[in-house]
Write a protein of this length. Structure first.
Length: 196
């Protein structure tokens, strides 16, 4: 009886050993086949990636693009920021074409950022911005000048009843040089001193 038990246990043990061995062998061979298949698929994907051409659409000016123009006026230190929509002649321009356009039309400006949603430009000018006035002389009379786009003085108003000759010499010299004022309120105050 003891021998029978021993033989049964031995037979079951050998059977289990053989079964586990064959299962392990199948798992290992399946894994290596899976690895081979995975390598073949990866190589195929890599080759496909080499043949894929990536197309990136180039940014262009659209009718909805906002153009932000920042100009620093060095004489007064003012930074004027304006937003505008593009004119029809620059719609569909790429960044490079727009930069060439600026070089020809507004050489003092340069592009800081460019996208189809918003373009930001920067420029500097050596003169006053158009927020200022100059009190000066025109035809021997006290006059007020506005500042033009290129810093030129544009005649705004002449006080025909107030000749410069009637002023004291110090005031006359200041008027001939031009007195810069920075707002309409300041303009009224300074004019009051000369024409009252």
């Amino acid at each position: 009886m003891k021998k029978n038990r021993f033989l049964i246990i031995l037979t079951i043990s050998v059977g289990l050993f053989l079964l586990s061995f064959s299962l392990s062998y199948q798992l290992i061979t399946n894994k290596s086949e899976d690895n081979k298949i995975a390598k073949i698929e990866n190589n195929k994907l890599e080759n496909d990636d080499k043949n894929v051409e990536i197309i990136k659409e180039e940014e262009k000016v659209s009718p909805n693009t906002i153009i932000e123009q920042r100009i620093l006026y060095k004489e007064c230190g003012d930074l004027i920021v304006t937003n505008q929509t593009p004119s029809t002649d620059i719609i569909n321009m790429t960044k490079e074409k727009y930069e060439n356009y600026l070089t020809n039309k507004k050489p003092f400006l340069r592009v800081i950022s460019f996208s189809s949603n918003k373009i930001v430009t920067w420029g500097e000018k050596e003169h006053l911005c158009n927020k200022h006035f100059i009190i000066g002389e025109e035809d021997g009379k006290i006059a007020v000048f506005k500042i033009g786009e290129d810093g030129e003085r544009l005649l705004h108003k002449i006080f025909v009843d107030y000749p410069v000759e009637l002023l004291m010499e110090l005031d006359r010299d200041e008027i001939k040089k031009g007195i810069r004022v920075d707002s309409e309120e300041e303009l009224s105050d300074v004019l009051e001193n000369f024409i009252s």
